[in-house]
Design a protein around this ligand. Structure first.
Ligand code: C5P
Length: 238
């Protein structure tokens, strides 16, 4: 029997704007052109849970990118608080360790079974020299795989990683884990400061579950058209 077809890769807009007004105006301009929005530390710190509810009330699925990292009890309590919000995906740091990940996943199962947790492995801003300075004697890819092992053993649903790590991660862990990849640039668009980039089509082909895209949509003359063009690239070829 052939394996089940992998779910198509979906687009998440990184709503990296300064004010609530700018963010809501952008969502107005986007109309119904995409389904997922990532709210990060900047807007969450400024406007809090009400802003999350406001975006969700417009019909978007929410990826809350808070990258939690603290003692197990504190992270579990934060997950419990987030269970009261309409959030579908939430990030935490894999480097918080096995116990923190287990406690977070237990809080999720008890209070927010519809929520998926995603562990950030190695930040893409870290290179091998920076890992060495933390006494981590591993390459970034080796460390990503090590942290992914720990994360997925705890039952956590997925990972955030660079698209360049998709191949090794899918080879080792198969199709099941959710893998979210930022650092995506449509062919021909500015890389900005992102270095290790892939096109939407290449990331989808390499096994990304969700791509996160910010500036190529936010700074486009026609954001809705830019979002639609990216989504067209994600359709599996027939
Ligand atoms: O504008 P751009 O498409 O580069 O935005 C990418 C988004 O993904 C930003 O919200 C950024 O914080 C996030 N991100 C990233 N690289 C990571 C993790 C998250 O660019 N390794």
């Amino acid at each position: 029997m052939s394996p089940p077809a992998q779910a198509p890769c979906q687009l998440i807009l990184a709503l990296d704007l300064e004010t609530r007004e700018e963010a809501l105006a952008m969502l107005d301009r986007l109309g119904g052109s995409l389904k997922w929005v990532k709210i990060g530390l900047q807007l969450f710190t400024a406007y809090g849970p009400d802003f999350v509810r406001e975006v969700a009330s417009r019909g978007y699925h929410i990826f809350l990118d808070l990258k939690l990292h603290d003692i197990p009890n504190t992270v579990a309590k934060a997950v419990q608080s987030i269970a009261a919000l309409p959030v579908d995906l939430l990030t935490l740091h894999a480097s918080g360790g096995r116990e923190m990940l287990e406690w977070a996943n237990r809080a999720r199962a008890d209070h927010a079974p519809g929520l998926s947790l995603l562990a950030v492995t190695v930040l893409t801003s870290m290179d091998e020299t920076q890992l060495r300075s933390l006494n981590i004697d591993n390459t970034p890819e080796g460390q990503v795989l090590h942290l992914a092992d720990i994360t997925l053993q705890t039952g956590i649903q997925g990972l955030v990683c660079s698209s360049l790590e998709l191949g090794p991660l899918r080879s080792r862990f198969g199709r099941e884990p959710i893998i979210v990849t930022p650092g995506i640039r449509p062919a021909g668009s500015a890389a900005d400061e992102q270095k290790r980039i892939m096109t939407p089509a290449a990331a989808a082909a390499a096994g990304s579950s969700f791509i996160v895209v910010g500036r190529p949509i936010l700074q486009a003359a026609e954001p809705a058209a830019a979002a639609q063009a990216i989504q067209a690239e994600l359709q599996p070829s027939r």
